[in-house]
Design a protein around this ligand. Structure first.
Ligand code: CP3
Length: 354
């Protein structure tokens, strides 16, 4: 096992003292970087980047090489690798987001779905993890990830991105048994997929519950949170003598106490939450990650710096905060602005730590 040279990110997740607040950005390897666009052209398309471990490693490293402030790397892949491995045929239309050749609509479709074997059906992801770990050589921790069952189900049933989740919600209310069967299969798939990533070397895992906040409180408990609790209880939490923290990213859900009770070490929050208030509500149970509005990066560096200062002050003194954006960085952001953001986090946060 390689010792980490920078473990600030893991220390903050376990609320151990840090010198400055650690920072990384969701979608830090992405289209806002010209070097990423060049790699994508070389690979042919986005899925070829994901499926070739050498390319996945190359683009994972790009933001780290550009920004020495980054305190974590995130595996370059996508949450939709699981439905693809279940046989749905994932592809991306340029500028239009994800699409599936086969859409799930009946209970028979769901019954026919296999539970992917991470080493056989998603072996390219496991190889990407080991290739990236070798290349990182302990520079910073590597984050693995998966979608939550509910978030994955929305893409599998809609067949693409959606604003209102019309088909998925109709299935939930018309045929809750079918929805539960789908979510149960996804929870099993996510558990073994994340455990595969942990064994292959990731230091932490994040579950993206991007669309859970779109459910009613009752449906959220039954169709999203319950399955994430199952997953978390089935994860390998210690590997090769180190603890593996779990981060749950939520967007727009009002049920912070319920999420904090699901067994994760940290909650990732979008920008609509007041971080200080979230800390008062659940900060004794979990660390917090977030939560600057990614659109702040369209503003000038001085405005970015003052927003970083406001968020740091809102969290206040002490460990337990990983700075991040409240959602992924967008393709239109100027890479210089991302650099100004990362520098501001380290510079302005020292005063909040002993
Ligand atoms: O740098 C990182 O954060 C790691 C890589 C990563 C990607 N997707 C790469 C990607 C991660 C963690 C994801 C997660 C993901 N993927 C989520 C959950 C987080 C969120 O954003 O809500 C979701 C819902 C997806 C599904 C997905 N993948 C969509 C809806 C899209 C199209 C929209 C878009 O941003 O283009 C993707 C494509 C995708 N995933 C890209 C990247 C870099 C852009 C593809 C390209 O290069 O053309």
């Amino acid at each position: 096992m390689i010792n980490l040279k920078n473990d600030r990110f893991l220390r903050a997740l376990f609320k151990q003292p840090v010198d400055v607040t650690p920072v990384w950005m969701m979608r830090q390897a992405g289209r806002y970087l010209p070097e990423y666009r060049a790699s994508r052209t070389n690979a042919g398309d986005f899925m070829s980047l994901c499926m070739n471990p050498e390319f996945a490693c190359e683009v994972t490293m790009q933001p780290l090489d550009r920004y020495p402030q980054l305190d974590a790397a995130i595996l370059f892949s996508d949450i939709l690798t699981i439905p693809d491995a279940m046989g749905q045929g994932l592809y991306f239309e340029t500028g239009e987001g994800p699409r599936f050749k086969k859409v799930i609509s009946t209970i028979a479709d769901i019954e026919a779905l296999p539970i992917p074997d991470p080493h056989k059906d998603l072996g390219y992801v496991m190889s990407a993890v080991s290739t990236i770990c070798r290349e990182l050589n302990g520079r910073v921790p590597l984050i693995g990830f998966s979608g939550s069952p509910w978030t994955l189900a929305t893409y599998m049933v809609e067949g693409s991105s959606s604003k209102d989740f019309r088909k998925t919600k109709a299935m939930l209310y018309d045929n809750p048994q079918a929805m539960h069967l789908l979510l149960d299969k996804l929870a099993q798939s996510v558990t073994s997929y994340l455990n595969g990533q942990i064994i292959a070397g990731v230091h932490a895992v994040q579950i993206f519950d991007t669309w859970g906040g779109n459910l009613s409180a009752a449906a959220y408990q039954e169709f999203s949170l319950a399955y994430m609790r199952n997953i978390i209880s089935g994860l390998v939490r210690e590997h090769e003598g180190r603890k593996v923290p779990v981060i749950m990213f939520t967007k727009g859900s009002l049920w912070l106490e319920g999420i904090a009770n699901a067994g994760a070490d940290a909650l990732g929050l979008d920008w609509t939450y007041d971080l200080g208030e979230a800390r008062r509500r659940v900060g004794s149970q979990v660390a917090l990650q977030g939560n600057m509005d990614p659109s702040v990066l369209y503003a000038k560096p001085e405005a970015i710096r003052s927003e970083v200062g406001r968020i740091l002050a809102s969290y206040g003194k002490g460990s337990g905060h990983v700075f991040n954006l409240g959602h992924g960085i967008t393709p239109e952001v100027n890479p210089e602005h991302a650099g100004a953001f990362l520098r501001a986090v380290h510079e302005l946060s020292a005063q909040y730590h002993e």
